[in-house]
Structure formats: C-alpha cells, structure tokens
Write a protein that binds this ligand. Structure first.
Ligand code: BG6
Length: 473
C-alpha cells in the first residue's frame, strides 16, 4: 500500500558525504595533511606517525577528480540538496596561517558550480572529522583555545567566498562525538586514555564557542545563510521500567541532548553543569564566551541517526555492543546490521518528536542509512547491486519521518549518508557501503573506481519524484 505524500512540497531530498571520505587527492591542490591522513584504520587503531599507503582515504573514491560525474548522477536521482564538507586543510593547509590556499577554494567553487548547474542546493559542513594535522600535533586540537580563532578565520573565509551561493551550513559534524572519539572529532592528539576530563570538556567548550562565532560570522557575511548545529542522535531507552533505569537512560541521553540545548538555548543546562561538577571538571569560560553562546544560537538543528541504544542502572545488565562511533547497552527487541548497529526506524520518529518538542527549531536529518556488504552482479548486461536490504531500511525510516511530519514536526529534509559509496569513518573500510551508487574499489585498494547504479538508485529517484508518496508502509 502506498501513502499520498505527507512531506512538505519544499522538502530537501538529497544525500550526504564528507570530504575525507570521498575526495582522495590527499596531497594535491596545495592541501595540507589532516588527522584523517594518519588514521588508516579509522578509530579502530591508534594513529600513525604520518601518511601510510594502506590508507584508503588517500584516494577515497576520487571525488576530487570525478565530482562533475558524481553530481550529475545525484541530479539524475532528482537530488534537491547535496551535503558535502569542506576539507579545512585544503583551505588552510596547516590551519594556523593567515592567508587561505586559493587552489583549495577554487575546487569548491567548481563543486558548487556543478550543483548550481543541476539546481542542487549545497549543504556544507564546515568541519567534518578533518582537522588539519598540524593543529593536532602542535596545539593538541580543540583542547587549545587558539583553535577558536583559527576556525573562525576559516569559517569567515568560507562565508565570504561562498555565502552568496550556499544557504545551509553546519558548523561541526556530530559535535557530541568529541566525547568519544577525541582525535577524529576534536583533533586531540593526546590518547583518549590519557586525556583529562577537564581537557576534554574544555575542548567541547572551545568548539561550542567556535560554533557560535561561525554563526555570528554568517550573520555578518552571508545574511541569507541558515546555520545549524549537527548532533549524533542516539535515543536511549530504559532497559526496564525500573525508575533507576529510566534515570540512567535519561542521564546518558543528556550527554547528547546537551549539545542541542546549548546551541538552541545559548547556555549550559543545569544538569550539564552538575555533571561537570560531579566529575571534578573546572572549565575556563569567559563572560565573552557566555555572551557569544547566548547571542548566536542556531537557525535549525541537524542530526545523524543510525541506531538507538538502551541503558540501565544495573551494572550486571550493562551488556554493550557497537553503536554509531560509541557503544550502548543492547536492546533485546532490535535486530542489528552486519556491523552490529541496531536497527530502529521508530527511533527516528521518537528523536524527531523529542527534538521538536524540546527545541521548536526546524530539524534536518543529514545522515541515516545502512552500512552493508554489496555484491556487484550483472543484470541485462548492466552491472548493478540488488540491495533490497538497503531499500527496506531507508523505506522504513522514511515512513517514520512521514509519521513525524504528521505529528506536526517541522522536518526540512533528508540526506541519507554515503549516497555514493565512500570510505567508512569508524573502520576506514570500503566494504561498508551505504550508497545508491556502487564504487568499484575494494578494502585492499584495488578496483577501477567505476560507478554503477544500484537497485536503490531507481528506488530513491522515485521516492524523490513522488515526494515520498511511493514509500511502502
Ligand atoms: C557518522 C559520521 O558518524 O556516521 C560519518 O558523520 C560516518 O562520517 C557515518 O561515515 C557512518 O559511520 P561509518 O563508521 O559506518 O562510516
């Protein structure tokens, strides 16, 4: 049975990527090294000293040279928007220079040209897990307040250059993930086990101030811009109705919700301050910082959604499994992907309702999808992937987005993750595929890099064409 379209007429259908996971060309065009160039296995092993040939991100899917072909394929699916990130180290190769690298800026001019050619709205992430390596090595990343100024300078360059052509901006990808993946998310070189809580939460604070400064800069330099925060959403259910479990799950969930609270309300919530006190964390927060947070709140809230988790106060029942970048207590009612990520379409409706009730800000789902192994087969002389599992996953999640829209939630759009196969962030594998477009590249780096349309390509094109009416309930 199909439903008539519940989605708003201007719903922004599209797809999402990040520079380090698609571009390759890691040392071309004047680009400096980023932390991704020393993370050949993602977050599964400690960083390397320098670039190594086993790092798939050195070439990734070669978007740097094939962007026009790829954006044309997105247009063929009918994308209204394309989420990509700008590699900070293409613009400021070291991160602390005063003048940007023109060749890097020109590359993104060309990407935006292609988007415009096809009537696709760019959705730009300013910082997506690709802090310049020099900032990690010399400053210990976001632990150091100097990063605020370097990021502000970078953001100002972007708004000045692209502000007239790009409406939608995200300040930091999954800003809350710095608590769990300090190097990847916060460019923090000190190993996680050695990092003090004070340094970690100071890094969080510095990023929050930087995010507010970027919003302020956008208001000045690109008055039509809409700036959003980006949160890794992970609804946390109580494992049982025991009130202690409910409190435990609320406490865990608040570690993520705090980031939205601060971006939307412009101040630290009481429960967050209490948690800092309980952990013995004493932060440097200036009066100017407080004013910046208060005066520069976001226009919308964006988030990624892949999994939900549970939590419990009973240590003996805290059986954790993999989640999106950080683990959670397993929910016995849910199935999981091949990578152990538990699949919960209703959780997306829950998140949308919760965020809307809490913040009353437009919401943008800027990541969702199924990482799965695909098999390239030949059908009618054409290479493809019969990815019914991916279609089912996305269909079921989108049905729940429709439910949330019917609930009255203001949802701006949906950009599923890895609309074209790319290198995984957590494991740096190619074989963990999310795309509607298959890229011929293997975990050992072999492959032609040719692109092939999967079955989901036509399916998603029809979802967009029908504005969601083709979804199966
Ligand atoms: C999000 C990140 O955490 O999840 C992306 O913003 C990432 O960069 C995506 O790729 C999926 O995770 P993974 O580890 O399967 O690539």
């Amino acid at each position: 049975m199909t439903n008539s379209s519940i989605f708003p007429a201007d719903f922004l259908w599209g797809g999402a990527t990040a520079a380090n996971q698609i571009e390759g060309a890691y040392n071309e065009g004047g680009k400096g090294l980023s932390i991704q160039d020393v993370m050949p296995q993602g977050i599964t092993t400690p960083r390397a000293d320098g670039p190594t040939d086993d790092n798939l991100k050195q070439v990734a899917i070669d978007f740097y040279h094939r962007y026009a072909e790829d954006i044309a394929l997105f247009a063929e699916m009918g994308f209204k928007t394309f989420r990509f990130s700008i590699a900070w180290s293409r613009i400021f190769p070291l991160g602390d220079e005063t003048e940007p690298n023109e060749e890097g800026l020109a590359f993104y001019d060309r990407v935006i040209d292609e988007c415009e050619k096809h009537g696709i709205e760019p959705l730009v992430t300013i910082s997506h897990y690709e802090t310049p390596l020099h900032l990690a090595d010399t400053y210990d990343g976001w632990v150091n307040r100097d990063l605020i100024g370097f990021y502000e300078r970078y953001a100002r360059v972007l708004f000045a250059r692209y502000g007239a052509r790009v409406t939608y901006w995200l300040t930091f990808n999954e800003i809350n993930s710095v608590l769990h993946a300090p190097l990847m998310s916060g460019g923090i070189n000190t190993p996680k086990e050695e990092l003090s809580k004070t340094d970690l939460y100071q890094a969080v604070h510095n990023e929050l101030v930087a995010s507010a400064l970027a919003t302020k800069a956008a208001r000045e330099l690109a008055p039509n811009a809409q700036v959003g925060c980006m949160i890794l959403a992970m609804p946390t259910y109580p494992l049982t109705p025991d009130p202690d479990d409910v409190m435990a799950s609320l406490t865990t969930e608040r570690t993520n919700l705090a980031f939205g609270d601060i971006h939307v309300r412009g101040e630290y919530p009481g429960y967050y301050l209490r948690s800092l006190r309980d952990q013995g964390v004493d932060l440097v927060i200036t009066a100017e910082d407080r004013a910046l947070l208060k005066e520069n709140t976001v226009d919308f809230v964006s988030f990624s959604y892949y999994v939900s988790v549970a939590d419990t106060a009973d240590e003996s029942k805290r059986v954790t499994g993999p989640g999106n970048l950080f683990p959670g207590v397993r929910n016995p009612t849910l199935k999981a992907s091949e990578w152990g990520w538990q699949i919960d379409p209703v959780g997306l409706r829950i998140v949308l309702n919760q965020f809307w009730d809490r913040w009353q800000k437009p919401l943008f789902i800027v990541e969702n999808g199924l990482g799965a192994k695909d098999e390239l087969v030949e059908v009618d002389g054409r290479k493809t992937v019969i990815d019914d599992y991916r279609i089912a996953y996305l269909n079921d999640h989108l049905v729940q987005v429709g439910e949330a829209v019917a609930d009255g939630v203001d949802v701006m759009g949906f950009t599923p993750w890895g609309c074209i196969d790319l290198v995984s962030a957590s494991t740096a594998q190619m074989s963990k595929r999310y795309g509607f477009i298959y890229v011929d590249r293997n975990d050992d780096g072999t492959g032609s890099l040719d692109r092939f349309k999967k079955k989901s390509f036509d399916w998603y094109a029809e979802v967009i064409r029908s504005n969601g009416a083709s979804l199966t309930r």
